[in-house]
Design a protein around this ligand. Structure first.
Ligand SMILES: [Zn+2]
Length: 259
């Protein structure tokens, strides 16, 4: 599941290939936009907003995409063969480069002035230029009875965290994912840890939260169910939490993160 750091890196790759150049090809392979054609328009900029990507095009248009579960943007020199089959949802290309969006969870074409319809609900973006930790804390605190594990994944509170950063953040904070937000002493501290972890990984392909680059040592708890906690040796627990089926798994150490 791509999280905010992956999406921001994708925005960087798309921007370097497309921004400031005239599109020579646009191929929307989603029924709703099958006839849309952006050929001849210059791409103005590519922005990430939480886990959403916004490609702004001359003429007041925005291409909105979301990687959802396992989507990605493949950027390569123009003319390369695109992956076969229906996995391709969108191709944007210019004379030098092509960007192929595969397995994208969302593809929309909308007026730039109406972007708020697709990203207006999002809380502050942990990796965005306007990152506002106080606002994120304020939004989290609005539902004091909700578990911090669920609240951190709710993109309306703060945008960019998925199951990996949730698990690692709460381990480093020493907080059980099941604790209600209203029972926590230091919500700003949790938000700060999340931002620091994501920022440290924004330019790195292999995520590391432990500072240990050796294989299998990069994460404190995520994906380590049943293995020994790197801090206390206790077995790492795994369970399901919350309503979104694709984002439920939580990992935590019952000793380092007591209930
Ligand atoms: Zn532990």
């Amino acid at each position: 599941m791509p999280e905010g750091d992956v999406v921001h890196r994708a925005a960087g790759r798309l921007g370097r290939a497309l921004d400031g150049r005239v599109l020579t090809r646009s191929d929307f392979r989603v029924p709703r936009y099958a006839t849309a054609d952006l050929t001849g328009r210059t791409v103005l900029e590519t922005a990430a907003r939480g886990k959403h990507l916004l490609t702004r095009v001359e003429g007041g248009l925005t291409v909105h995409t979301h990687l959802r579960m396992d989507g990605e943007w493949l950027v390569s020199p123009a003319g390369r063969r695109t992956p076969p089959g229906d996995r391709v949802r969108l191709v944007l290309a210019n004379a030098g480069w092509q960007a192929v969006g595969v397995r994208l969870g969302m593809v929309d074409l909308l007026r730039t002035e109406t972007e708020h319809r697709v990203v207006g609900h999002l809380g502050p973006d942990l990796l965005g230029p306007g990152w506002d930790p106080q606002e994120a804390v304020r939004r989290l605190a609005e539902q004091p009875g909700r578990s911090i594990g669920e609240a951190l994944l709710d993109q309306r509170n703060l945008a960019g965290i998925g199951t990996i950063y949730r698990a690692e953040t709460l381990f480093l904070a020493g907080v059980s994912p099941w604790r209600p937000v209203g029972a926590l002493d230091d919500v700003p501290g949790i938000v700060e840890i999340a931002q620091r972890l994501m920022d440290a990984n924004r330019d790195r392909t292999d995520r590391v939260t432990t500072g240990d680059l050796r294989p299998g040592r990069g994460m404190w708890v995520y994906g380590r169910a049943g293995r020994a906690c790197l801090r206390c040796g206790n077995r790492i627990s795994r369970a399901e939490l919350g309503a979104q089926p694709q984002e439920r798994l939580v990992y935590w150490c019952r000793r380092c993160q007591p209930d």
